[in-house]
Design a protein around this ligand. Structure first.
Ligand code: SAM
Ligand code: SF4
Length: 339
């Protein structure tokens, strides 16, 4: 049975935060210190994540599961979870291209320890990886992530390629006055390295409250900077995927932009989210959460949990309101929600 929201959008993609903890402290995501971590006893177990994923995939025909966080690779034994999720099957009766097969399994990671895990995650059934990298300059990397780990991330990207992930996607958040001078350098590096780069507009989900509209480098500005160096052509519409994509006219591959702030793509949104502490959210910017962990731990049946998921999806709003005065910043940061 499809999970359809009040605006007729079918939910196909579940983002699962496996931890709120992280080995980095990116300035646009976390404060340097003082984060309050969810106690381990209140983090969903692998069995709970598997149970909820089974409901989403086998009842509601969700065909994409993305692991995120915090930093998902800091969760111990992650390949064990991936193997559990790889055993799920999208119903054969589904209209999904993956009907009868396992859901598409992906991860978003900062890449710093990916060398150690790439092979095992691939073997366990992980299909795709997105690695975050905002700068190629060591001092700026230290400034942005508060960790001196550029080399390890670059090595993690190589490890992902070696393990057979293709394409490896790179997420780069652009913040005005911080790394907007590197748009072309990052694009050139991605072309040379054979990875697919997607720039992300800076969103108001930072912990320190330093987000300002002026700090957002919008899609038009990013594309103009790229166009001046590498002629580009817009590719056909993206469907439910968040990135708009362009093709380099010289055959150098593609580049994307996720324009959450300047060109919201809410009309095509097919995503819902599960936080590490078992809260179900129908939008990254939602201000309401549905406590699925509490229900499960109180003994709810699958039918009851499924009914609560349907009730929650029934409240999914048409879109976020970042550009309007009515916008209310979510209580939790990107790392706590699961980006
Ligand atoms: N730790 C992993 C990582 O960094 O890739 C996964 C979680 S992180 C919250 C997911 C994505 O959100 C990353 O690509 C990160 O750069 C992005 N992100 C974090 N805070 C952001 C913000 N305020 N605006 C836009 N993107 C942000
Ligand atoms: Fe950690 Fe990812 Fe947030 Fe950076 S963006 S602090 S790596 S969760």
């Amino acid at each position: 049975m499809d999970l359809i929201d009040p605006f007729g959008r079918t939910i196909r993609d579940l983002r699962i935060s496996v931890t709120d903890r992280c080995n980095f402290r990116c300035t646009y995501c976390m404060p340097e210190e003082g984060m309050k971590w969810v106690p381990r006893s209140e983090v969903l177990t692998f069995e709970e994540i598997e149970r909820l994923s089974r409901i989403f995939v086998e009842r509601f025909e969700v065909d994409g599961l993305r692991l995120t966080g915090g930093e998902p690779t800091v969760r111990a034994h992650l390949p064990v979870l991936v193997a559990k999720l790889a055993a799920l099957r999208v119903p054969t009766t589904s209209s999904s291209p993956l009907a009868g097969r396992k859901p598409d399994l992906s991860i978003t990671t900062n890449g710093s320890t990916f060398r150690l895990q790439a092979h095992d995650l691939r073997e366990a059934g992980l299909d795709r990886v997105n690695i975050s990298l905002d700068t190629l300059q060591r001092d700026k990397f230290l400034q942005m992530t508060r960790r001196d780990e550029l080399e390890r991330v670059l090595d993690g990207i190589e490890a992902a390629k070696e393990a057979g992930f293709s394409p490896v996607k790179i997420n780069a958040v652009v913040e005005r006055g911080v790394n907007d001078d590197e748009i072309v350098d990052l694009a050139r590096w991605a072309r040379d390295t054979g990875v697919e780069l997607r720039f992300i507009e800076f969103m108001p989900l930072d912990a320190t409250g330093h987000w300002l509209n002026d700090k957002v480098v919008g899609q038009d500005e990013i594309v103009a900077a790229l166009q001046a160096e590498f002629p580009l052509e817009l590719m056909p519409a993206r469907g439910a995927a968040p990135a708009d994509r362009w093709r380099y006219l010289d055959g150098g591959g593609t580049v994307g932009v996720i324009p959450t702030v300047t060109k919201p793509f809410c009309d095509d949104c097919d995503r819902v989210r599960l936080t590490a502490d078992g809260q179900f959210r129908t939008c990254l910017f939602a201000t309401t959460e549905f406590d699925l962990m509490k229900m499960m731990r109180a003994g709810a049946t699958d039918d009851q949990v499924a009914a609560e998921i349907q009730r929650a999806v029934g409240t999914k709003w048409a879109g976020h309101q970042i550009n309007q005065v009515t916008f209310v910043k979510p209580r939790r940061t990107m790392s706590q929600i699961g980006g």
